[in-house]
Design a protein around this ligand. Structure first.
Ligand code: TPP
Length: 480
């Protein structure tokens, strides 16, 4: 039973299997420890624990998932802002907070963080600047002060050799999108109180969906500074603040969220602003009258994973889109995810499609239930990955191939030959679609597959009718 009030924290931190543990892994006087407490308190006091997704870094802050009682995602080193982008987009109802060190954000992950800020992603980034790589033993980071001794700058950082300290807030402050950018410190009590208010602000901005917020927090690292906690805090206050002044660089929380008035466009600008495509639905609009509303949840519909592979130019990506679109027309959740070789044509191309009655976690398909291969290399590459009980549809031009894995059905489809016989060699993908319909492999209705095919030619209506006809002819001729 925990008698100490720990707002926002788990009652116990059972790291390394230690039961009833209540101490964190942080060294005495470490700024992370203070910030961890402030973050947990702010989250709990604002009543946001059940809505918060923390994205944890690789660095000394990695173990926050043992401490903060909320949802967590662990990102690879430097990728917390990228993972937070995904989380915030997938769960707009959540409060997403990336937590990153200065090596993590300022070095390996700088571009990820910078681009996310530039796009104005709706998450808050809490950025711990302790002026070095703490977890790995105190190497120089981009934020290391001139003259500061680290394990990789044992004689002090020399700007001639290793450059000048990177001012992350000041750099990000050049961007248009961020709503809030500030630098605080946790080097003494007054600063800690100020930091707490700023952390609350980051949460409030996310709670109110106002936009991107960056909060840099100067933090002592006694162990790697080689100083006791008090002197480490003094170093943070005196030396670090001289290089990194505390400031609110930007606070646009009052304006954010209000609809900005569109400025009058200069006649010199030839490009008209294009409305942003909200979804695959707009990029791939179905013919009038057949628009499907948003997906409906139906847990009885299991997830089905498809992989389509062939050479670039064989229409394999469009075939995948057709299946994804057919699923959308049936109000399923569906995702289409392309993978291109470097070549425009002739190189390999593949795409994944996931169809499900419930929201889909990832568009990546490593183990498909249905594999469609237009050529032999695709079969050799992907056949071994197909789930037992799955089906492979292989164009017969692939010739003799090794048998499929146990429990996987192999169907040989004369798609390329039939398209040539019909005098439309480019329509081999439509022949494959016909096979998908004929052999009932997709789990989707004949009507939606046909509507989706027609929709894919909406800009060339004559081809829509032709392909519809080809689809039916191919299906009739396909062996039973
Ligand atoms: C791709 C990759 N490169 C390097 C590492 C090693 N690594 C782990 S933590 C870390 C530095 C973390 O430093 P910082 O982000 O400043 O956080 P701190 O530990 O100081 O809080 C490094 C380089 C890694 N885990 N993964």
């Amino acid at each position: 039973m925990n008698t100490i009030e720990q707002k926002g924290m788990y009652a116990e931190f059972p790291r390394c299997g230690k039961e009833h543990a209540r101490s964190t892994h942080y060294c005495a006087g470490c700024g992370h420890g203070i910030v961890n407490k402030l973050v947990a308190e702010a989250c709990a006091e604002l009543g946001l624990q059940d809505r918060t997704i923390f994205v944890d870094p690789v660095g000394c802050g990695v173990f926050t998932y043992y401490y903060w009682d909320a949802a967590h995602i662990s990102a690879a080193h430097g990728r917390a802002s990228a993972a937070a982008t995904g989380a915030a987009r997938a769960r707009p109802d959540a409060v997403t907070i990336a937590y990153q060190g200065d090596g993590d954000l300022g070095a390996i992950g700088f571009n990820n963080a910078f681009q996310a800020a530039s796009r104005g992603e709706k998450f808050g980034c809490i950025f711990i600047n302790n002026s070095l790589y703490g977890m790995t033993g105190g190497q120089m980071a981009p934020t290391t002060l001139e003259g500061e001794r680290t394990t990789t700058t044992p004689f002090g950082r020399d700007p001639e050799l290793t450059g000048h300290p990177l001012h992350v807030c000041e750099v990000f402050n050049q961007l248009k999108a961020p709503v809030y950018i500030a630098r605080v410190s946790v080097a003494d009590t007054a600063r800690i109180m100020q930091a707490k208010r700023a952390i609350r602000k980051v949460f409030e901005i996310q709670r109110d969906r106002k936009g991107y917020a960056l909060l840099e927090i100067l933090a002592p690292c006694p162990t790697n500074f080689g100083l006791d906690p008090l002197r480490a805090a003094e170093f943070c206050k005196n030396e670090m603040e001289r290089e990194f002044p505390l400031s609110v660089f930007r606070d646009r929380t009052q304006d954010a969220g209000a609809a900005a008035e569109a400025p009058e466009q200069s006649p010199l600008l030839a490009v008209k602003p294009v409305p942003r495509a909200a979804s695959c639905a707009e990029l791939f609009a179905a013919p009038a009258g057949s628009e499907a509303p948003a997906a409906e949840n139906d847990p009885s519909v299991p997830e089905r994973r498809f992989k389509f592979a062939g050479y670039g130019g064989q229409g394999i990506l469009s075939l995948g889109i057709c299946v994804a679109e057919a699923a959308r027309l049936e109000r399923r959740h569906s995702l289409w995810f392309p993978s291109y070789g470097p070549e425009q044509r002739g190189g390999s191309a593949s795409c994944s499609v996931v169809v499900s009655g419930t929201p889909i976690g990832s568009p990546a398909v490593e183990h498909p239930d249905v594999l469609v291969c237009m050529n032999r290399p695709s079969y050799e590459r992907f056949a071994g990955d197909v789930n037992p009980g799955g089906t492979i549809m292989l164009d017969e031009s692939a010739g003799d191939v090794p048998p499929p894995p146990d429990g996987v059905k192999l169907l040989r489809i004369p798609a390329i030959r039939m398209a040539e016989e019909f005098g439309v060699p480019k329509a081999a993908n439509t022949m494959m679609l016909a096979a998908l319909r004929k052999y009932k492999v997709s789990g989707l209705s004949d009507e939606s597959l046909e509507t989706a095919l027609a929709a894919s030619f909406r800009k060339k209506p004559q081809l829509a009718d032709k392909n519809r006809e080809l689809l039916r002819m191919a299906e009739d001729r396909m062996p039973d």
